[in-house]
Design a protein around this ligand. Structure first.
Ligand SMILES: [Zn+2]
Length: 133
């Protein structure tokens, strides 16, 4: 299952980041993951997989928030910029298939929201790029 494999990488990154937090938090509340729509992920599967894979770990009970961002591209034929619409990468303006996807990470752990002494705190941009190896 596609989502399960992706989620295993997310959970690895979450556990690694969580273990490095100092002072040690009480618990992880939420992990925010940003994904580009190119992955064609079914969010519900990914979220269920996260629950399953974090069982019996240090972050058990945490929820995952999935933020999907569109993939943008530039057409090499007419220079139009737009959002890539799956499943066919085709220029909206001229129909060319010669598109150049814009840069940026496809999947990364954006932030962890943890609880320290009953006070919820967010630690943003914790490990950008951690999931692109
Ligand atoms: Zn075009």
């Amino acid at each position: 299952m596609h989502e399960f494999a992706i989620c295993a990488r997310i959970v690895d990154a979450v556990l690694k980041e969580y273990a490095q937090l100092d002072p040690k938090p009480n618990r992880l509340i939420r992990a925010r993951v940003v994904v580009r729509s190119m992955h064609q992920i079914v969010p519900d599967y990914l979220i269920s997989a996260f629950e399953l894979l974090t069982r019996e770990t240090a972050v058990q009970g945490a929820t995952m928030e999935l933020v999907t961002v569109p993939v943008t591209s530039r057409c090499r034929a007419c220079d139009r910029q737009g959002e890539i619409k799956l499943p066919i990468f085709r220029c909206d303006a001229c129909g060319s298939l010669d598109l150049e996807a814009s840069g940026g990470k496809e999947l990364y752990l954006d932030s962890l929201e943890v609880e320290w002494n009953d006070e919820a705190m967010e630690r943003g941009k914790v490990h950008e790029g951690a999931l692109n190896n």
